[in-house]
Design a protein around this ligand. Structure first.
Ligand code: AMP
Length: 114
């Protein structure tokens, strides 16, 4: 498991309420939400960055997107939300365990890129 905060949450070493979990991923609320709804979809597999994902991760990456959509629908933002993956320091990534930001609950038509 990765030695990041997300790896520790997945391992149960740091408590964090889970919005959803299955055998492939967990979903938690972002601790510093940038929008009224701001969740993180985190694979259990400790892929550091999107560029570290390989061809064998294709199904997992698709699963994360489908879970993100499901979470958006369940949180009532299914008609308007944004998915963000920050890749690498230059991309604004701060936790090096791949995650998707699911953001919405206010108009995302302009501004608010995380
Ligand atoms: P990124 O900058 O894309 O790596 O995003 C990391 C995100 O993780 C940020 O939006 C942080 O607010 C969030 N975050 C960091 N620690 C925690 C935590 N313990 N629980 C929930 N979200 C966290």
């Amino acid at each position: 498991m990765s030695d990041t905060i997300f790896g520790k949450i997945i391992a149960g070493e740091i408590p964090a309420p889970k919005v959803y979990e299955d055998e492939h991923c967990i979903v938690i609320n972002d601790i510093q939400p940038q929008t009224p709804v701001h969740m993180l979809v985190i694979p259990r597999k400790p892929i550091p960055r999107l560029v570290d994902a390989g061809a064998d991760d294709q199904a997992l990456l698709g699963h994360l997107m489908l879970v993100a959509r499901q979470m958006a629908e369940e949180q009532g933002i299914g008609e308007g939300f944004r998915l963000v993956i920050n890749n690498g320091q230059g991309g604004g990534q701060t936790v090096f365990h791949l995650h998707l930001h699911v953001m919405g609950g206010k108009s995302m038509a302009e501004g608010t890129m995380i």
